[in-house]
Design a binder for this molecule. Structure first.
Ligand SMILES: Cc1cc2nc3c(=O)[nH]c(=O)nc-3n(C[C@H](O)[C@H](O)[C@H](O)COP(=O)(O)OP(=O)(O)OC[C@H]3O[C@@H](n4cnc5c(N)ncnc54)[C@H](O)[C@@H]3O)c2cc1C
Length: 460
């Protein structure tokens, strides 16, 4: 393929070589469709980047995924030999929530739930009545109100709020279950109850493929970056153009014309029958300039959280016992960090023997301002939080990295319905165009992988 040539007609151009774009291209290849992936950066992976340094293996973006659907299972089977799945240890079930400055176990079962200090006695009784409460009627009810109505306030404050911080770096008052947690919303709508619905779903017959969906937490033996590297290899290095700047798509008489500047600054053009975008909503207006402003505003108004991520490593760990997944901090606790993941406790080879690797998160929708602080100021905050929450007397990690994400996680708020219908309308109006990526179909890695296969199938 000659990127400077107008002669070749490519089947599909995929924009963005993050997990979604690469997985889409992997499936297009599998379905024998000729595709080219265009990526702005000079490396693949998007937010997924794993780095090995001085005996530590840390992540710059996501730390763990969930084997949450059949496509994730299938993808790892297809990439066998190129990247090795690593499932979190048994201690992954031990999760901690901070209450009144103390880490408490997140209850695992009914017995724990009865004795936990996280929830009020009133709400423990209230939960027993959950299956008998009527289903909500407002599809735009926010998550905070939804949970308070069904489970009670303490359940919202000390289970759902920290969960949402862990997944979305978000706020339950902003997120709408119908869009942000559709499975939860459907439990109420279809079965009338979250507890009853989960129970009944658990008894549904599963296919052999569905049985492999373990819901286990995963990474890869060499970090999550080995997944995107394996996808890069599977797609073919020659089919991924890195450093492609100012990508612009225009509809043509037949298909689309895509222009960009390559890594040498030369202008290039590709003709393609179909275009699949997997970039963030905020980058769409420049890339798809032919879309009317009113339609674009329904997409690029999507709120993304700003998150600061810290990778911290110790050759010898001097703090509290790190046996478990990690701890999350409810907003009521008014701390300056969102939570901490015990990466070296979950996966092998993350830190030297006897040492520790932690990932700490700061910012999120409630603290978008923190990203503007300088390195010295945020380091000071992390030091204070580590001393108070992780039992450190002194703060001298052997690895200390600050990773700033200005467009970390999209927040599926009340406007999401309009965004989804606008995308559906545009895809109808412009045959061959698909607007994928994390602006719809979920924010987690498992969602991205599932969407990618669907994008590839739709392009057939
Ligand atoms: C800090 C953080 C922590 C996370 N933690 C988890 C977690 O624990 N578990 C989980 O399941 N998920 C997590 N996620 C979410 C998960 O990482 C993402 O859903 C997934 O990696 C997104 O992949 P993507 O390909 O859709 O987007 P991206 O990774 O953002 O990739 C988009 C690609 O498009 C490129 N691009 C952008 N604009 C242009 C343009 N104009 N032209 C060309 N290319 C362009 C970008 O450079 C990038 O390579 C986390 C995300 C972040 C940021």
């Amino acid at each position: 393929m000659t990127p400077n040539s107008n002669e070749t007609m490519i089947d599909v151009v995929v924009i963005g070589a993050g997990l979604t774009g690469l997985t889409t291209a992997h499936y297009l290849n599998k379905f024998n469709k000729k595709c080219i992936v265009l990526e702005k950066q000079i490396q693949v992976g998007g937010v997924i980047q794993s780095i090995e340094e001085n005996g530590f293996l840390y992540e710059n973006g996501p730390n763990t995924g969930v084997i949450g659907n059949t496509t994730v299972v299938e993808l790892f089977e297809e990439l066998a030999g190129k990247c090795e799945l690593e499932v979190g240890g048994e201690n992954v079930k031990k999760r901690f929530i901070l209450k009144n400055g103390k880490w408490e176990h997140l209850p695992q079962g009914l017995k724990d739930a009865v004795s936990t200090p996280l929830f009020s006695m009133k709400d423990k009784f209230r939960i027993l009545g959950e299956p008998f409460r009527p289903a909500g009627k407002n599809p735009h009810e926010n998550l905070a109100s939804f949970v308070k109505r069904r489970m009670g306030k303490s359940f919202l404050n000390y289970a759902i709020d920290p969960f949402i911080i862990g997944v979305y770096a978000g706020d339950p008052n902003y997120l709408i279950p119908k869009y942000a947690l559709p499975k939860l919303y459907d439990l109420e709508q279809k079965y009338g109850s979250l507890i009853g619905g989960s129970f009944r779903k658990g008894f549904q017959k599963k296919t052999e493929e569905e049985k492999k969906v373990s819901k286990k937490v995963f990474s890869c033996v060499d970090g999550l970056g080995s997944l995107t590297k394996a996808l890069h290899q599977s797609v073919g290095f020659e089919n991924v153009i890195l450093g492609a700047d100012n990508i612009t798509v225009q509809p043509a008489e037949s298909g689309y014309i895509i222009t960009y500047q390559n890594a040498n600054g030369e202008n290039c053009t590709i003709k393609a029958n179909k275009v699949i975008s997997t970039i963030g909503a905020h980058a769409l207006a420049k890339t798809l300039p032919f879309i009317e402003k009113s339609a674009m505003s329904k997409m690029d108004s999507l709120l993304y959280t700003k998150v600061i991520e810290f990778a911290l490593g110790w050759n010898t760990w001097p703090g509290i016992e790190l046996d478990g997944f990690g701890g999350l901090i409810p907003s009521l606790e008014k701390r300056d960090i969102l939570g901490v993941l015990y990466m070296s406790s979950l996966f092998t080879n993350r830190a030297p023997e006897g040492g520790a690797l932690l990932s700490i998160f700061m910012g999120g929708v409630r603290r978008q301002d923190l990203i503007q602080l300088g390195d010295a100021e945020i380091t000071h905050i992390v030091e204070k939080e580590c001393k108070e929450l992780l039992g450190l007397n002194t703060f001298s990690p052997d690895l200390f990295k600050i990773i700033r994400h200005n467009w970390a996680i999209p927040q599926y708020g009340v406007e999401s319905g309009e965004r989804f219908s606008t995308i559906a309308q545009l895809e109808k109006q412009y045959p061959g165009l698909q607007i994928g990526g994390n602006l719809r179909n979920g924010i987690g890695m498992a969602d991205r992988i599932k969407q990618a296969k669907e994008l590839a199938q739709n392009a057939l």
